[in-house]
Design a protein around this ligand. Sequence first.
Ligand SMILES: Nc1ncnc2c1ncn2[C@@H]1O[C@H](COP(=O)(O)OP(=O)(O)OP(=O)(O)O)[C@@H](O)[C@H]1O
Ligand SMILES: [Mg+2]
Length: 350
Amino acid sequence: MATPTPHYPLFERLFRHAVAVDLGTANTLIYTDDGGIVLNQPSVVCFEKQPTSGSKRIAAIGVEAHQLLGRAPRNLEAVRPMRHGVIANFSAAERMIKQFVDMARPRSLFSRRAAFTLCVPAAATHVERRAIREAAEAAGAWKVSLIGESLASALGAGLPVRDATGSMVVDIGGGTTEVGVLALGGTAYSGSVRVGGDNFDAAIISYVRNLYGVLLGEQTAEHVKRNIGSAVHDVPLEQMNATGRSVDDGLPRTVQLSNRDIAEAIEGPLRQVIGAVKRGLEMAPAELVTDIAHNGIVLTGGGALLSHLGRRLSEEIGLDVRVADEPLTCAVRGAGAAAAAGWVDEVGGA
Ligand SMILES: Nc1ncnc2c1ncn2[C@@H]1O[C@H](COP(=O)(O)OP(=O)(O)OP(=O)(O)O)[C@@H](O)[C@H]1O
Ligand SMILES: [Mg+2]
């Protein structure tokens, strides 16, 4: 299908920069048509309480603020404003977006009053969508469009979403897993579960606590997952040490963990992800499922980087599963492509 030529009023054309924002639970990315990915930072902001005025100053943001999570001194408060793909703390989200936009602008010189396209999970409510719009407007956006995260991810992964053939994309983020079936430029089915990479980390923490009586920090658990995490049990043994606090005496203790331990630890949340994919195949229109059976499924989002996830899913559902190139940036690149082509409001608007 041909890409429609966008018709913009003169004023809009003068200021038209396609700025796409993926405001994720774990990471925020900004993409512009001329600069590519101009910002890629953890969605964390750290405030310093001002004892005299009671107001809060931003002390750190992004990578720096992420390092302070769980380590911040008393006068600082590290906050993750997003939960499960939607805004959980509006004032923090608003200030975080504003600051990220200011950090990104010099890299592509987009106008502060640019038109923004933001990714939203399909399951976001009307109120949650309005909050995302308002936060972007407060950051200076002149016009805000929303695009479903599945559609954006599928576009970014290079799937032929404008064809009549059905495509399935599974985006596994920090806080949500979204399953989408796309055809003719629209979303024929979308479903999501509030389970993502953060839940894998939490499952590792609870496993190590129950088995060894050692409490790991969130960042340590994530580090273990990225290093030796596995979605299958039958893998050659790999081990690493992780240090946490003994629940008995509160002193630091190091435990040796294997990839098989981690596979067992994350089995619960992993089953929920697999369940969401199976549900998508049951619920999507039959013709499109036939197409998916031929073409396979594509995984996007940071969770797709978990070792052997494609193989595990493929064994469970009996279809080909592949991980997209650069899965962490698919959604923002797809949203940027949709915005640049001028068809976000036409079919992708959410
Ligand atoms: N190599 C890896 N192995 C396993 N998990 C990984 C790896 N790299 C990143 N992740 C996980 O990916 C998740 C972040 O992915 P992503 O940036 O796509 O999420 P998000 O878009 O911010 O979240 P959401 O879409 O749920 O709002 C984190 O939980 C992180 O631990
Ligand atoms: Mg995401």
